[in-house]
Structure formats: structure tokens, C-alpha cells
Design a protein around this ligand. Structure first.
Ligand code: SAM
Length: 279
């Protein structure tokens, strides 16, 4: 068993864990220009309910508190809680939730913090090992989320925003773009973090489309079609979707059976999934 999980955290004079925990994706931001750009991109307005994922040692949390006065943050690392809560006091009101963000029901949290029908704004320098699960989790609660501003690996942001014909257009691009507008904002070099990650990072804005504008009928049918299509991205759709959708259905959806998934636009996947469900 790794001792990393059992050793008590060393604490710095500020009370924070001195060592970043790699298994929790802890790369702490220290570049004040980058931090200011994230706060500016989020641009909190009075009444906004802001929820930060992974506040860490407060790099984003404290500037946001100074600007907005109050926020909720979800942090998995128990060792960070007491020092974070103590240090936050001089900046504003921090509501700290201890736990795994993937277990947090954003719809219930939005109802609790913003009232029935209310929405939260998500922000975070995400643990990179959990980027995709966190994005998909947020999509499951899209109606409760007004927008998201996330720091991710640059390569992930490129995949999120890619269009048909791009080598990096894939399942993540189609799934996110069907439900959200995806806007890459700026690139962040490894030196902005301690410890520095091996890769470049980027900040991205996601804005869930209003429910009335989302054309996906059955979310599960849609997810299944997209997963199958990109599961074998080198194959034609006729082969990749064998047993899922036949050629006649593809043609009815305006999708060429001899095309490959990476050539098919998001709206065409939506039409195909909707026809599958008989919609
Ligand atoms: N926001 C801080 C910053 O920018 O310096 C920390 C960012 S660090 C990349 C990611 C943070 O997410 C860490 O504080 C880590 O402990 C936390 N984290 C990791 N897995 C988590 C999970 N499943 N749920 C909530 N927080 C998590």
C-alpha cells in the first residue's frame, strides 16, 4: 500500500499541507496574473451562486471571496479543510463541503443555495485525472448549472472544442457540444503551478444550452450512439454502428453510412439518436 495515503501531511507555517498530493491532482496555482484572468472571466455579479471544485490552498478561492464575498467549495482532501477555512475568514464567507465532487448532487445543491429553479456557477482548477468524469457529472445536472469555468489540460480543452474533420474531434466534443457552448479562453503554461505539471493547461467556458434548445431526445440513446461511433473511429459508421443503427436509419438522419465518426457533425448524431428512439 502506498504510504502517501497514510502519512500525516506535513504542514507549512500557514497551516497548509506542504506536499502536494499527486493522486489528488494537486497542482496549485500561484501565478497571480492567471488567477486574476480567471476571476475576470467568471466576472461574478451580485446574487450569483458560485461553487468552486477543488479549492486546494485557496489560490482562486480567496480572490473570489474578496470579489464576491461568499462562495461554496467542494474539497476532497480533508487535510486542507481546517487551514482553508481558517485562512478564508479574512477574505469572506466560505462554505466548505468535504467530499468527492462526483458524489455531489449539483441539482440539489443549486436548489439549496439558489432556491427552486435556481442555478449555480461552477469554477475550478480541476484535478486533471478526473476532468472527464467531472465534465460528464456536470452535464447530468446541466439544468442546475448556469456556466462553468474550468482549468484543464490544454489537450482536453482542444478535444472539447474540436469540430468535425479535426483529429481530436471525438466523444467528448460531441457530448459536450450537444448540451453546451464550449469556448476556450486562454492557455496557461506549466510554470503557473506548483508543482508544475508536465503539460500545458487552458481555461475553458462552458454554457449549458437552455433545455428547450437541446435537441437530444433520449440522453441514453444519444450517449450510446456517440460511444459506439467513436469506439471504433477508424471504421465506417456502417461497421462501427453495426447492431446499433442500420444504413437506412443513418440515411434518414442525413448521415452517410460510409463516413467515419470524426466527419459527422454534432447535429447529425443527435438526429440519428432521435430516430433510434423513434423520435
Ligand atoms: N484550486 C486550487 C488551485 O488552483 O491552486 C487547487 C487545484 S488542484 C489542480 C485540484 C484540487 O482538487 C485539489 O485541491 C484536490 O485536492 C481537489 N480534488 C481532487 N479530487 C477531488 C474530488 N474528487 N472532489 C473534490 N476535490 C478534489
Amino acid at each position: 500500500m502506498s504510504t502517501r495515503f497514510t502519512e500525516p501531511a506535513k504542514t507549512s507555517p500557514s497551516g497548509f499541507s506542504a506536499e502536494a498530493k499527486k493522486h489528488l491532482g494537486q497542482n496549485f496555482l500561484h501565478d497571480t496574473t492567471v488567477i486574476a484572468k480567471i476571476v475576470q472571466a467568471l466576472d461574478p455579479k451580485p446574487g450569483d451562486v458560485i461553487v468552486e471544485i477543488g479549492p486546494g490552498q485557496g489560490a482562486l478561492t480567496f480572490p473570489l471571496l474578496r470579489r464576491h464575498g461568499e462562495l461554496t467549495a467542494i474539497e476532497f482532501d480533508r487535510d486542507l479543510h481546517a487551514p482553508l477555512q481558517a485562512a478564508a475568514r479574512e477574505h469572506g464567507t466560505l462554505h466548505l463541503v468535504q467530499g468527492d465532487v462526483l458524489g455531489v448532487d449539483f441539482s440539489a445543491l443549486a436548489a439549496e443555495l439558489a432556491g427552486t429553479g435556481g442555478q449555480i456557477r461552477l469554477v475550478g482548477n480541476l484535478p486533471y485525472n478526473l476532468s472527464s468524469p467531472i465534465l460528464f457529472h456536470a452535464l447530468d445536472h446541466a439544468a442546475a448549472v448556469r456556466d462553468m469555468h474550468f482549468m484543464l489540460q490544454k489537450e482536453v480543452v482542444e478535444r472539447m472544442a474540436a469540430g468535425p474533420g479535426s483529429k481530436v474531434y471525438g466523444r467528448l466534443s460531441v457530448m459536450l457540444q450537444a448540451y453546451c457552448t464550449v469556448t476556450p479562453l486562454f492557455i496557461v503554461p506549466p510554470g503557473a503551478f506548483r508543482p508544475a505539471p508536465k503539460v500545458e493547461s487552458a481555461v475553458v467556458r462552458l454554457v449549458p444550452r437552455p433545455a428547450a434548445e437541446v435537441e437530444v431526445g433520449d440522453r441514453r440513446d444519444f450517449a450510446n450512439v456517440v460511444r459506439a461511433a467513436f469506439g471504433q473511429r477508424r471504421k465506417t459508421l456502417r461497421n462501427a454502428l453495426h447492431g446499433v443503427a442500420d444504413s437506412a436509419l443513418m440515411e434518414a438522419a442525413g448521415v452517410r453510412p460510409d463516413a467515419r465518426a470524426e466527419q459527422v457533425e454534432v447535429a447529425a448524431f443527435v438526429r440519428l439518436a432521435n430516430l433510434l428512439g423513434g423520435g
